[in-house]
Design a protein around this ligand. Structure first.
Ligand SMILES: Nc1ncnc2c1ncn2[C@@H]1O[C@H](COP(=O)(O)OP(=O)(O)OP(=O)(O)O)[C@@H](O)[C@H]1O
Ligand SMILES: [Mg+2]
Length: 280
């Protein structure tokens, strides 16, 4: 147990910087005593370097969302640990946990259930700013709407007054409010019409650059991951079966499960960049 260092020591000069977020030997069992419940994750190691765009792929039930919740410290692992810049996140003192909450934000699949229907967009965006003491809502809310390409007048409206794609823009704006370093996106386009998926993906791509975000992007769609991510982690029944650079995994998948996932992609050409969409 080392309880001495409040700040992790500066690593010795090295080509490999410490990861911004990491899972070490992480398992998660839901319900029952160990071994009797559902084993959602088993002995998972993930290292996310600052500035990386990491795709987490796998079929339904493979443990993707569980890993996301653990990385966000919304749940605690059954075994193993999650570290943020070298610090174990479970058991962080209140003040440091708040700072962690600002630095790691999430966007969920379904903006209709993640946005409170009784709140105006202004309050939806202002809420995390107030809770985390993360800036002046009068200036930040219009800036956030600008950033995601929504008119500033949207602030007065309610979620149901927007399309699915626009609602996901609101959810993204809300996540960006506290100026996170890491954005976790759990199937952020899966609930959207195919026609607006490319727009939201291109928006994410632009925001990653603009705000120097580290991205953890969860998807069961290998084509979407290829569009956004430099690295891929393949989960199968709660275990990592393959990990590496996206291009290499696409060119030479080593695990048969990865090959099966790739074979399930009908065509890699269905994500065109809309004309004049993403600014160059
Ligand atoms: N709160 C929970 N209580 C009990 N079991 C759970 C809970 N959350 C997840 N599980 C189980 O853990 C396993 C992994 O679930 P998880 O939601 O992480 O998968 P996923 O890869 O995100 O799937 P999907 O693609 O459908 O979103 C599944 O068997 C699921 O039923
Ligand atoms: Mg999920």
């Amino acid at each position: 147990m080392d309880s001495t260092d409040a700040v992790p020591a500066v690593p010795a000069a090295s080509a490999v910087p410490a990861p911004i977020l990491a899972a070490r030997g992480v398992s998660k069992v839901y319900g029952g005593q160990r071994g009797l419940g559902v084993r959602a994750l088993a002995d998972v190691d993930v290292s996310i370097a600052e500035g990386a765009t990491v795709g987490i792929v796998g079929e339904s039930g493979s443990g993707k969302s569980t890993l996301a919740r653990l990385l966000m410290a919304l749940e605690t692992p059954t075994t193993g640990e999650i570290r943020y810049r070298g610090e174990v996140v479970s058991g962080l003192p209140e003040r440091r946990l708040r700072s962690f909450r600002r630095r790691v934000q999430i966007v969920f699949q379904d903006p209709m259930s993640s946005l409170d229907p009784r709140m105006r967009v202004h309050d939806i965006l202002a809420e995390p700013l107030r809770a985390l003491d993360a800036g002046d809502e009068r200036t930040r809310v219009p800036e956030l709407l600008d950033a995601v390409g929504l008119p500033r007048t949207s602030a007065r409206l309610y979620p149901h007054e927007f399309s699915g794609g626009q609602r996901q823009r609101i959810a993204i704006a809300r996540a960006l409010g506290p100026m996170p370093e890491v954005l976790v996106a759990d199937e952020p386009v899966s609930a959207l019409d195919v026609s607006v998926r490319a727009q939201i993906l291109n928006l994410l791509k632009r925001l990653i650059g603009e705000f120097s975000l580290t991205l953890v992007f969860i998807s069961h769609d290998m084509a979407v991951v290829r569009h956004l991510c430099d690295e891929v982690v393949v989960l199968y029944r709660g275990e990592i079966v393959e990990t590496g650079e996206t291009d290499q995994i696409y060119a030479r998948p080593r695990h048969e499960y990865t090959r099966a996932l790739l074979a399930a992609v009908p065509a890699l050409g269905h994500l065109p960049t809309p004309p004049g969409g993403a600014a160059a």
